[in-house]
Design a protein around this ligand. Sequence first.
Ligand code: SF4
Length: 379
Amino acid sequence: MRYFLYVQIMMKRIFLVRHGETEYNARGICQGQLLDVGINERGKTQAQKLALALDDKNIGAIYSSPLKRARETAEIIGQNLNLPIKTHSKLIEGNFGVADGTSMNIVRTWPTYPLWINPDAKYDDVHYEKGESKRQIRERVLAALAEICALETAENILIVAHSAIVRYLNWSVGNYIQQVPNGSVFEFVFENSVLKAADNERILLLSCCAPCSCAVIKTLAEQKKNFAVVFYNPNIRPYAEYLKRRDENKRVCQLYGIDFIELEYDNERWCALTKGLENEPERGKRCSICFEMRLKRVMEYAKANGFTAVGSVLGVSRWKNLAQVDAAAHIASMQTDFPYVSIEGRKNGMQELRASLIKELNLYNQTYCGCKPQAKIGE
Ligand code: SF4
């Protein structure tokens, strides 16, 4: 007699959404479990856009956090997809303790904040006073997903939740998202109780030059990440220098078989945006505007061309202030409603790899960042 063993593989596709904007989000107030308000007009528009974008995803069930902002977002999507909303208590936003209701401008100055947004697992137990840790948030949401997936017959499930939940679930699959815009959606696969990144993730990496990007490109290529490199650097002067850096960056991409995209060289617009800041030092106000302009344009391009997030190597050089790049990415991300993923280009041997690749590939290594703010256009 022959026996057949049937192993049932449970596989669900999870679409995880951050709720639409609230007035507290617009005012930059940290919003955890305590401030239970609905979404504003912009938030409603974001939810309507999401509803249209999710139309062809064959969603069979919608779950929401019990908080009003998530439920209202879910209801707008549910009306379009003709599906009821079920709430799950474990999908509630993190408890941020004393940070809840505090301006983010203040929270960002607290010693806890850099650890809170650091994806390194050694900071998993970090929490604000009287609040939940990142580990506690992640574990209760993973438990909620397991419960929902075990109950639901639908294969594609939509979850409407909050920024900390979206961020920490992404981190758990190695996707180091930092900025989670209101109304953004992330796709995962939940297979046999394990959460994985969906196979359609595609990152657009903004590169300023070959020396700053070579180690990141090599590492991501070896990790078989789905990504392309974009060269959008209208800050570089003179134009001959721009071409030199572009060609060198293209050479590195060709070496590792990575798509290279060049966007327009609109140096006149860059000059107009930074007018009056010519005498600012490097890492000053001009650099913030320069980062914001480039990241915003790249996010718009990424959004229109099927990418799922933008990353950059703008903070890799030791001459740069990573916190300044991250702050610019935050602004660009909020303005475009597109996620930014943090890419480690300095620690864990990356600087050493960078130095050895510059030597090995004989890369052109410039002696200045890019702009020549005091020079006339064309120089
Ligand atoms: S120094 Fe570099 S980052 Fe700063 S404005 Fe000039 S090109 Fe941009």
